[in-house]
Design a protein around this ligand. Structure first.
Ligand code: GUN
Ligand code: ZN
Length: 430
């Protein structure tokens, strides 16, 4: 059969190793004008712009000039059902959940409403250059179907799962030990690895699950070890105190997961701000993933993620908007906030490190880096094309740049969806 081919030119940003590695040589990073050959949604090769290939001869070259082509952004922790309650004023975590979040999540029993919000959320994300996301759904299986169906219409690589909770939430938003296990299993069997979908076993967080429910989900994970398990960890100090009261026999917050089989290399823990030394050691021992949600941590008043320490440990680190605790759908805005939060902790993140966190870092944290998160042969042709002079305010700064990083940084700090020239998913411009 004839292949669907594309040829795309632009300045290509890709990574061989993590720029967060100690001794990383920033001078080795080259962002040159190159040509990407794409066949059937997969990157075939990256060549210099004067290369032609016989099988691509009748294909028109799409030339993005000086625009920067990066792997599409990977948002490693979001709650798509919270799209419509983004920017809800004045509360900290537990009140914010009770007052804004839980009433909205109750609406996702209705498949039509769930589909409307899933489509809206995916449109907002794509227009901001995000091509993959790991989303919590609600307790309702309908919300999971809506999410995966919406992503499948665009052929997107996504991660999602039914959020499980059987206590400390309104009755209408609680499942049970058995239904959490059964529904999660059914949804996992229905969606995991169907096309580009990946199922994540998703206990919301320790306060909203009984020990029995955590244990049932731990069993499910042991039966499906190729899935990731996503949850929240040590986001606010009040929450950590509450967990201590709810689980008096565990060593710390992380131990509430480990005790019930919910700690592992494929464990993806959102926020991870108020960690004790033992927890950091244990997370490093198992090589778990921590997801930094800087706009959310600032917005809900949670705290400052310790990138300086954690990036030297053997945990994987991803970056995320955490919609709707987060205050922006844009991974550019999220990188800007990550930069500011690191500054507040006395650590300076390089623009290459920020871009890496928003692409390959998140892809590695979700165990999807064999498919997405970089521009390299064999990976999916999921790209974002960035205009580094998208507004007068940005271009008057970037025009003075001495190198690509100085040129890119104003877009990271001040850019929005006007900087997104194009988003490609599986080789198709969306
Ligand atoms: N912890 C438990 N649930 C949530 C949620 O929906 N958002 C955030 N930011 N933290 C949580
Ligand atoms: Zn969250």
């Amino acid at each position: 059969m004839r292949k669907d081919r594309k040829v795309i030119d632009g300045r290509i940003l890709s990574f061989d190793t993590s720029p967060l590695n100690k001794d990383f040589d920033f001078l080795s990073l080259k962002v040159d004008k190159k040509r990407i050959f794409v066949a059937d949604g997969i990157i075939e090769s990256i060549e210099s712009v004067n290369i032609t290939k016989p099988e691509f001869e009748d294909i028109e070259v799409v030339d993005y000039g000086d625009h920067l082509i990066s792997a599409g952004f990977v948002d490693a922790h979001v709650h798509y059902p919270q799209t419509a309650i983004i920017a809800s004023w004045g509360k900290r975590l537990i009140d914010w959940l009770n007052i804004y979040t839980f009433p909205e999540e109750m609406r996702f029993k209705n498949l039509q409403y769930a589909s409307e919000i899933a489509d809206r959320y995916i449109e907002f994300s794509l227009s901001n250059g995000t091509t993959t996301m790991a989303s919590y759904c609600t307790i309702h299986p309908e919300s999971v179907d809506a999410f995966f169906e919406s992503a499948a219409t665009k052929n997107m690589c996504v991660v999602g799962g039914k959020t499980c909770m059987d206590r400390n939430a309104p009755d209408d938003l609680c499942d049970t030990v058995q239904s959490a296990y059964d529904d999660s299993k059914t949804l996992l069997q229905k969606w995991h690895k169907k096309g580009r979908a990946h199922y994540a076993i998703t206990p919301r967080f320790s306060p909203t699950s009984t020990p029995d429910q955590l244990s049932a989900l731990g069993s499910l994970w042991s039966e499906h070890p190729d899935c990731v398990m996503q949850t929240h960890l040590s986001e606010q100090t009040d929450e950590v105190d509450w967990v201590r009261k709810l689980f008096p026999n565990t060593r710390d917050y992380l131990d509430t997961y480990e005790t019930f089989g919910l700690l592992g290399e494929r464990g993806v823990y959102g926020h991870a701000i108020h960690l004790e030394a033992r927890e950091i050691d244990r997370l490093s021992e198992v090589g778990a993933s921590l997801i930094h949600c800087p706009t959310s941590n600032a917005f809900i008043g949670s705290g400052l993620f310790d990138m300086k320490t954690l990036s030297t440990r053997s945990v994987k680190i991803g970056l995320a908007t955490d919609i709707g605790g987060g205050s922006s759908f844009s991974m550019l805005r999220t990188m800007a906030c990550a930069y500011e939060v690191a500054q507040l902790r006395g650590f300076v993140l390089h623009p290459a490190q920020l871009m890496w966190l928003a692409t390959q870092g998140s892809a590695k944290a979700l165990h999807l880096d064999d498919q997405i998160g970089n521009i390299a042969p064999g990976l999916a042709a999921d790209f974002v094309v960035l205009d580094l002079s998208s507004t007068p305010e940005i271009s008057q700064r970037s025009v003075r740049a001495n190198d690509i990083w100085e040129e890119l940084f104003p877009t990271i700090m001040m850019g929005d969806d006007r900087a997104i020239v194009a988003t490609y998913v599986s080789g198709k411009k969306i």
